[in-house]
Design a protein around this ligand. Sequence first.
Ligand code: C6P
Length: 425
Amino acid sequence: MGMSTSTLGRDTRDAQQMTFDPVQLRAQFPALDQEINGKPLVYLDSAATSQKPRSVIEALDAYYQHDNANVHRGIHELSRRATEGYEGARAKVASWIGAARPEEIVFTRGTTEAINLVANAWGLDHVGEGDEIVLSVLEHHSNIVPWQLLAHRTGAKLRYIELDDQGRLRLDDLPRLLNDRTKIVTFSHVSNSLGTVNPVKEITAAAHAVGALVVVDGAQGAVHSKVDVQDLGVDCYAFSGHKMCGPTGCGALWARHDLLEAMSPYQGGGEMIHVVGRDESTWAAVPHKFEAGTPNISGAIGMGAAVDFLAGIGMEAIESHERQVLEYALDQVRGVDGVTVYGPDSLDERSAVVSFTLGDAHPHDISTILDAEGVAIRAGHHCAQLVMKHFGVAATARASFYLYNTKDDVDRLIDGLGSVGGIFG
Ligand code: C6P
């Protein structure tokens, strides 16, 4: 019967035959093909979550239509297929970010959970009273609050790398911040609120020189450029599937195998144990030790399909396209009367985000007016309240770009900002 054939082997790499053509690419994203308020949708909120290509949607659909079962448990055919799909996705994600082996990928709900995992599983064992955790003012709340919780529990102290007036890390301050009490140095690869790209290798070298663990928030990094965690030399790299064309509710922590081996479990439950006794238990091998309970099987499979999709296009091609769109966007937005753009001046130091304010218009009003024109942006503090405070604003408007955006989208944004200017004078 037809149902005996697994769909997990189905090639999700439709994109492999494609040359980089944003218009053709856009056609792969069904949600982009709609009108909002009578105008064709322009989606400039990919830093919040990207749209999903058809191949990812089909991979999810195929899993539920044909292969749905729990993983690592059953001996039956469906469970075997589900396990194959889930572990196959782990291998894809691992090779995509240059992990030494698939076991170095722990599937999580996203970047937030991956960071919390390290803060708890490594932090509670290695950080004590008087120790120091170095982080930065540039961070998303997901890379601040877990460390605050750890500091409160252990008596450790948080020390912040400050920002300059372009929203870049003040690395000249690193020697003052780092010492033999520094146990963890953590920072984002790319800022979600400004688009600042941080020099990961340079910070990592300085942190390792004092023996600190380096934890990178890669939520906005692995999305836009080729990441090789071994080349970066970091210890942990956290990222989310939903920002890189994958489904929501699935992300990953990459960490070196020996580090994961040495770490205590994060949550307890099924899947993560080897033997359970009345008072004690032993743990399953890495990475299962960190994946308690039934995992997000379809999410992982969808994330694997997203990797196939992006790898099929090529991260270099994506990066170069996004750079052209960003350059144009910066130029155009800066040209609008009354606009202040935040973030680094140099294109080499920023990624596909334009964060701005426009005169006295509240960013929420900017976003509402743009929405009426069919243009979706994000307005608010972007879960980066320390960044807003640094620039003395409560909120910004943020346009963020991805592989499917074009210069025409930027033109629509600029037209919309014209309407904002018309209303607010
Ligand atoms: N930023 C944004 O609109 P999760 O929610 O766990 O997938 O990712 C959290 C996160 C962590 N770090 C950075 C740098 C991020 O950008 C995000 C998510 C979204 O900017 C939603 S707030």
